[in-house]
Write a protein that binds this ligand. Structure first.
Ligand code: URP
Length: 384
């Protein structure tokens, strides 16, 4: 990182563009303006004291004659690891529980109903190393692990749905490891789990060393606050992955991620936002923050010199709405909590306007895709 870190795109635009032009720039780049939510003073003070970025934005929707608004507040948490990566495993996990717990407390002050953490939130993103030890020791049972028990307490205490993405150890199936999001109801019970479908094979993201492609399909969780799904990290590059969650009825799709500036930053503001537009739903993109250093050097066979860090995880978590609008992003460099208020009625309102689900030619795609996946498929190219 440079000496003066680039804090966020929004801050730079606000600093350099005159107000009248800024309005137009934002209209084109960010869509219909979101409203800043006035958050309680106690939350603002706690965030300042605890050293994290706190932002609140609300999306607007039309008032309908036959349905009441369905207002939901979601909370997105992005954070750095707390201890060095060579600290004892249990101490690293406990320190992360403590840090995220104090941010969740502020989310509760802000009236958040559903909260989601970043991908593999209880550990450093050690998958770059390809070392098994001690990283596999961070894996836990989705149903009974200490992290799930911790989240159950949070859910009960604050009446909040918790989406907790962890490295899962599946003892029932021969200790298989998975990249899993556990969904905990606001009652405190484990509603279920959903696994990452797509494993990256790019740069230092050597994740296939650790866990397998998910086998839970595109399940959607009916919560008290709406129907939610979780498309974990690399799944955001796969439009059909978002699409399938949406076909199963997801109104909000969370995308807990871990990705670095050099690899994906220009794609970040586009992909989840495009998914919200294409699927008439809300999407929540969450990325971790900071640079994580490892004891042993590693390479990824890409010609780069051996190194001990992944690069900078750029945070910038945001929420996008089906009308194409989006919130400003959280900081690129600091821990943060983004509170976004939405009326879920907007999903149907935009669906009625643009009708992508009606105009999509699914039967034609299904027929053609069935042929494409055959080993003897021949591309449909007409030649002279
Ligand atoms: N964690 C993960 O899947 N990262 C892959 C890199 C990216 O998707 O930008």
């Amino acid at each position: 990182m440079s000496a003066t870190p680039f804090e966020s795109l929004e801050k730079t635009l606000e600093k350099h563009i005159p107000p009248e032009e800024l309005k137009e720039v934002k209209r084109i780049m960010y869509g219909k303006d979101t409203k800043t939510i006035e958050l309680p003073q106690c939350a603002v003070e706690a965030a300042a004291e605890r050293g994290f970025d706190l932002q609140g934005s609300a999306f607007s929707a039309s008032v309908e004659q036959l349905r009441q608004p369905r207002i939901v507040r979601v909370g997105l948490i992005q954070n750095q690891i707390v201890l060095p990566t060579d600290a004892p495993v249990i101490e690293q996990i406990t320190a992360l529980h403590k840090r995220v717990g104090e941010i969740v407390e502020v989310a509760a002050m802000c009236g958040v109903n559903i909260i989601c953490f970043q991908e593999a939130w209880t550990m450093p993103f050690a998958f770059c190393t390809r070392e098994k030890v001690p990283w596999t020791e961070f894996a836990e049972s989705a149903e009974e692990g200490q992290t799930t028990r911790f989240c159950q307490e949070l859910a009960r205490k604050y009446n909040v749905v918790v989406v907790s993405p962890i490295l899962e150890r599946d003892e029932v199936h021969g200790e298989t490891l998975w990249n899993t999001a556990v969904v905990i109801s606001n009652s405190g019970s484990v509603l279920g789990k959903t696994r990452k479908n797509h494993i990256p094979r790019v740069g230092d993201f050597n994740e296939s060393t650790y866990y397998m492609e998910g086998n839970t399909g595109h399940r959607v969780f009916q919560t008290q606050f709406g129907k939610i799904a979780v498309n974990i990290c690399y799944g955001r590059h796969h439009p059909l992955n978002w699409f399938m969650y949406s076909l199963n009825g997801a109104e909000i799709i969370f995308n807990p991620s871990a990705t670095v500036g050099e690899l994906s930053e220009p794609m970040w503001p586009i992909e989840a936002r495009n998914a919200a537009i294409a699927n008439h739903c809300f999407t929540c993109a969450i990325n971790r923050v900071g640079t994580e250093h490892f004891k042993n050097e590693f390479t990824s066979g890409d010609g780069k010199k051996a190194h001990t860090d992944f690069g900078h995880f750029y945070g910038s978590s945001y929420v996008a709405a089906p009308d194409g609008s989006r919130t400003p992003g959280l900081s690129r460099t600091r821990d943060g909590l983004l509170v976004a208020e939405m009326d879920l009625n907007l999903t149907r309102q935009i669906s009625d306007k643009w009708s992508f689900k009606m105009t999509g030619r699914y039967e034609m795609y299904a027929e053609e895709l069935a042929k494409v996946v055959q080993h003897d498929f021949k591309a449909n190219i007409i030649k002279e």
